[in-house]
Design a binder for this molecule. Structure first.
Ligand SMILES: CC(C)(COP(=O)(O)OP(=O)(O)OC[C@H]1O[C@@H](n2cnc3c(N)ncnc32)[C@H](O)[C@@H]1OP(=O)(O)O)[C@@H](O)C(=O)NCCC(=O)NCCS
Length: 172
Protein backbone atom coordinates (compact mmCIF):
# COMPACT_ATOMS: atom_id res chain seq x y z
CA UNK A 1 0.00 0.00 0.00
CA UNK A 2 1.42 3.36 -1.04
CA UNK A 3 0.01 6.61 0.30
CA UNK A 4 0.63 9.89 -1.56
CA UNK A 5 -0.22 13.41 -0.42
CA UNK A 6 -0.51 16.40 -2.76
CA UNK A 7 -1.36 20.06 -2.31
CA UNK A 8 -4.24 21.09 -4.61
CA UNK A 9 -3.90 23.85 -7.17
CA UNK A 10 -6.41 25.53 -9.47
CA UNK A 11 -5.90 22.81 -12.06
CA UNK A 12 -7.40 20.30 -9.56
CA UNK A 13 -10.67 22.20 -9.21
CA UNK A 14 -12.86 19.68 -11.08
CA UNK A 15 -11.42 16.73 -9.17
CA UNK A 16 -11.90 18.69 -5.96
CA UNK A 17 -15.52 19.40 -6.86
CA UNK A 18 -16.18 15.72 -7.62
CA UNK A 19 -14.66 14.38 -4.42
CA UNK A 20 -16.31 17.12 -2.32
CA UNK A 21 -19.77 16.23 -3.70
CA UNK A 22 -19.22 12.49 -3.48
CA UNK A 23 -17.92 12.36 0.08
CA UNK A 24 -20.36 14.89 1.50
CA UNK A 25 -23.26 13.12 -0.15
CA UNK A 26 -22.33 9.64 1.04
CA UNK A 27 -21.63 10.88 4.58
CA UNK A 28 -24.84 12.84 5.15
CA UNK A 29 -27.56 11.78 2.69
CA UNK A 30 -29.12 9.21 5.04
CA UNK A 31 -29.69 11.77 7.79
CA UNK A 32 -30.87 14.75 5.71
CA UNK A 33 -33.65 15.53 3.23
CA UNK A 34 -32.79 15.41 -0.50
CA UNK A 35 -33.79 19.10 -0.81
CA UNK A 36 -31.45 20.23 1.97
CA UNK A 37 -28.62 18.09 0.59
CA UNK A 38 -29.08 19.54 -2.92
CA UNK A 39 -29.18 23.08 -1.57
CA UNK A 40 -26.02 22.59 0.47
CA UNK A 41 -24.05 20.76 -2.24
CA UNK A 42 -24.84 23.45 -4.80
CA UNK A 43 -23.92 26.30 -2.47
CA UNK A 44 -20.79 24.80 -0.93
CA UNK A 45 -19.20 23.14 -3.93
CA UNK A 46 -20.02 25.21 -7.01
CA UNK A 47 -16.97 26.11 -9.07
CA UNK A 48 -17.11 29.81 -8.22
CA UNK A 49 -17.11 29.04 -4.50
CA UNK A 50 -14.26 26.52 -4.78
CA UNK A 51 -12.25 28.96 -6.89
CA UNK A 52 -12.68 31.59 -4.17
CA UNK A 53 -11.53 29.14 -1.49
CA UNK A 54 -8.56 27.92 -3.54
CA UNK A 55 -7.39 31.50 -4.03
CA UNK A 56 -7.48 32.32 -0.31
CA UNK A 57 -3.83 32.31 0.80
CA UNK A 58 -4.86 31.34 4.34
CA UNK A 59 -6.56 28.11 3.20
CA UNK A 60 -4.95 24.95 1.84
CA UNK A 61 -6.47 21.86 0.21
CA UNK A 62 -4.72 18.49 -0.02
CA UNK A 63 -5.55 15.23 -1.76
CA UNK A 64 -4.57 11.82 -0.39
CA UNK A 65 -4.06 8.91 -2.79
CA UNK A 66 -3.93 5.21 -2.00
CA UNK A 67 -2.01 3.27 -4.66
CA UNK A 68 -2.52 6.26 -7.05
CA UNK A 69 -6.30 6.35 -6.55
CA UNK A 70 -7.75 9.55 -5.14
CA UNK A 71 -9.10 8.48 -1.75
CA UNK A 72 -9.81 11.64 0.22
CA UNK A 73 -9.06 15.28 0.90
CA UNK A 74 -8.26 17.78 3.61
CA UNK A 75 -8.95 21.50 3.88
CA UNK A 76 -7.25 23.61 6.56
CA UNK A 77 -7.78 27.28 7.37
CA UNK A 78 -5.61 29.76 9.20
CA UNK A 79 -5.89 33.42 10.21
CA UNK A 80 -9.08 35.09 8.83
CA UNK A 81 -10.01 32.07 6.71
CA UNK A 82 -11.11 30.24 9.89
CA UNK A 83 -14.89 29.93 10.13
CA UNK A 84 -14.83 31.12 13.77
CA UNK A 85 -12.68 33.82 15.33
CA UNK A 86 -10.25 31.42 17.01
CA UNK A 87 -7.18 33.64 16.72
CA UNK A 88 -3.79 33.64 15.05
CA UNK A 89 -2.49 30.71 17.09
CA UNK A 90 -5.13 28.28 15.74
CA UNK A 91 -5.55 26.12 12.69
CA UNK A 92 -9.00 24.88 11.62
CA UNK A 93 -9.62 21.56 9.94
CA UNK A 94 -12.63 22.57 7.88
CA UNK A 95 -12.91 19.37 5.87
CA UNK A 96 -11.43 15.91 6.28
CA UNK A 97 -13.12 13.34 4.08
CA UNK A 98 -12.15 9.83 3.04
CA UNK A 99 -14.27 8.06 0.39
CA UNK A 100 -16.30 5.31 2.07
CA UNK A 101 -14.52 2.42 0.30
CA UNK A 102 -11.14 3.74 1.52
CA UNK A 103 -12.13 4.31 5.17
CA UNK A 104 -10.59 2.38 8.08
CA UNK A 105 -7.26 2.00 6.28
CA UNK A 106 -5.41 4.70 8.21
CA UNK A 107 -5.96 7.46 5.64
CA UNK A 108 -8.01 9.70 7.93
CA UNK A 109 -5.19 9.38 10.46
CA UNK A 110 -2.67 10.23 7.76
CA UNK A 111 -4.54 13.45 6.87
CA UNK A 112 -5.00 14.40 10.52
CA UNK A 113 -1.28 13.90 11.15
CA UNK A 114 -0.55 16.14 8.14
CA UNK A 115 -2.83 18.85 9.53
CA UNK A 116 -0.97 18.66 12.86
CA UNK A 117 2.35 18.85 11.01
CA UNK A 118 1.20 21.97 9.09
CA UNK A 119 -0.07 23.57 12.32
CA UNK A 120 3.25 22.95 14.09
CA UNK A 121 5.25 24.26 11.13
CA UNK A 122 3.13 27.41 11.22
CA UNK A 123 3.76 27.69 15.00
CA UNK A 124 0.09 27.20 15.90
CA UNK A 125 -0.81 26.14 19.44
CA UNK A 126 -4.27 24.73 18.78
CA UNK A 127 -6.03 22.74 16.12
CA UNK A 128 -9.84 22.82 16.04
CA UNK A 129 -12.88 21.83 14.03
CA UNK A 130 -16.67 21.86 13.96
CA UNK A 131 -18.42 18.49 13.71
CA UNK A 132 -22.16 17.79 13.43
CA UNK A 133 -23.47 16.45 16.74
CA UNK A 134 -24.98 13.46 14.87
CA UNK A 135 -21.73 12.51 13.14
CA UNK A 136 -20.81 9.92 15.77
CA UNK A 137 -18.20 8.24 13.60
CA UNK A 138 -16.16 11.42 13.14
CA UNK A 139 -16.60 12.43 16.81
CA UNK A 140 -15.19 9.02 17.84
CA UNK A 141 -12.24 9.51 15.50
CA UNK A 142 -11.50 13.01 16.90
CA UNK A 143 -11.85 11.86 20.53
CA UNK A 144 -9.46 9.00 19.83
CA UNK A 145 -7.04 11.67 18.59
CA UNK A 146 -7.26 13.82 21.71
CA UNK A 147 -9.80 16.44 20.62
CA UNK A 148 -12.05 17.74 23.38
CA UNK A 149 -15.42 19.43 22.96
CA UNK A 150 -15.29 23.05 24.13
CA UNK A 151 -18.48 24.53 22.68
CA UNK A 152 -20.98 24.45 19.85
CA UNK A 153 -22.22 26.60 16.99
CA UNK A 154 -25.18 26.62 14.62
CA UNK A 155 -24.89 25.45 11.08
CA UNK A 156 -27.53 25.62 8.32
CA UNK A 157 -28.15 22.57 6.18
CA UNK A 158 -30.66 23.99 3.72
CA UNK A 159 -33.48 25.28 5.94
CA UNK A 160 -32.56 23.11 8.94
CA UNK A 161 -30.55 24.54 11.81
CA UNK A 162 -28.09 21.95 13.06
CA UNK A 163 -25.58 21.96 15.91
CA UNK A 164 -21.87 21.54 15.34
CA UNK A 165 -19.67 20.71 18.30
CA UNK A 166 -16.45 22.70 18.46
CA UNK A 167 -13.58 20.35 19.31
CA UNK A 168 -10.04 21.46 20.11
CA UNK A 169 -6.69 19.76 20.47
CA UNK A 170 -3.85 21.64 22.13
CA UNK A 171 -0.52 21.00 20.45
CA UNK A 172 2.55 20.22 22.53
C1 LIG B 1 -13.73 10.32 10.08
C2 LIG B 1 -12.78 9.77 9.00
C3 LIG B 1 -12.00 10.93 8.38
C4 LIG B 1 -11.80 8.77 9.66
O1 LIG B 1 -10.95 8.29 8.64
P1 LIG B 1 -10.58 6.73 8.47
O2 LIG B 1 -9.61 6.64 7.35
O3 LIG B 1 -11.82 5.93 8.35
O4 LIG B 1 -9.92 6.41 9.87
P2 LIG B 1 -8.49 5.69 10.14
O5 LIG B 1 -8.52 4.33 9.52
O6 LIG B 1 -7.39 6.59 9.72
O7 LIG B 1 -8.51 5.54 11.74
C5 LIG B 1 -7.50 6.11 12.53
C6 LIG B 1 -7.66 5.70 13.95
O8 LIG B 1 -8.89 6.23 14.45
C7 LIG B 1 -9.70 5.15 14.92
N1 LIG B 1 -11.08 5.42 14.54
C8 LIG B 1 -11.58 5.56 13.30
N2 LIG B 1 -12.91 5.77 13.37
C9 LIG B 1 -13.22 5.75 14.70
C10 LIG B 1 -14.43 5.88 15.45
N3 LIG B 1 -15.59 6.08 14.83
N4 LIG B 1 -14.38 5.83 16.79
C11 LIG B 1 -13.20 5.62 17.44
N5 LIG B 1 -12.01 5.46 16.79
C12 LIG B 1 -12.04 5.53 15.44
C13 LIG B 1 -9.20 3.92 14.21
O9 LIG B 1 -9.48 2.76 14.96
C14 LIG B 1 -7.73 4.19 14.12
O10 LIG B 1 -7.08 3.91 15.34
P3 LIG B 1 -6.04 2.67 15.44
O11 LIG B 1 -4.94 3.04 14.46
O12 LIG B 1 -5.61 2.71 16.86
O13 LIG B 1 -6.81 1.48 15.02
C15 LIG B 1 -13.58 8.98 7.91
O14 LIG B 1 -14.36 8.01 8.54
C16 LIG B 1 -14.48 9.86 7.04
O15 LIG B 1 -14.01 10.45 6.07
N6 LIG B 1 -15.77 9.90 7.37
C17 LIG B 1 -16.75 10.57 6.52
C18 LIG B 1 -16.55 12.05 6.44
C19 LIG B 1 -16.62 12.75 7.76
O16 LIG B 1 -17.49 12.50 8.58
N7 LIG B 1 -15.69 13.69 7.94
C20 LIG B 1 -15.62 14.51 9.10
C21 LIG B 1 -16.51 15.67 8.94
S1 LIG B 1 -16.39 16.72 10.38
Amino acid sequence: MTIHFKKCTFSDIHKLQDISYETFDETFKNQNSPENMKDYLEKAFNLEQLEKELSNISSQFYFVYLNSELAGYLKVNMKDAQSEKMGEDSLEIERIYIKSNFQKHGLGQFLLNKAIEIAKKESKRKIWLGVWEKNENAIGFYQKNGFVQTGAHSFYMGDEEQIDYIMIKTLS
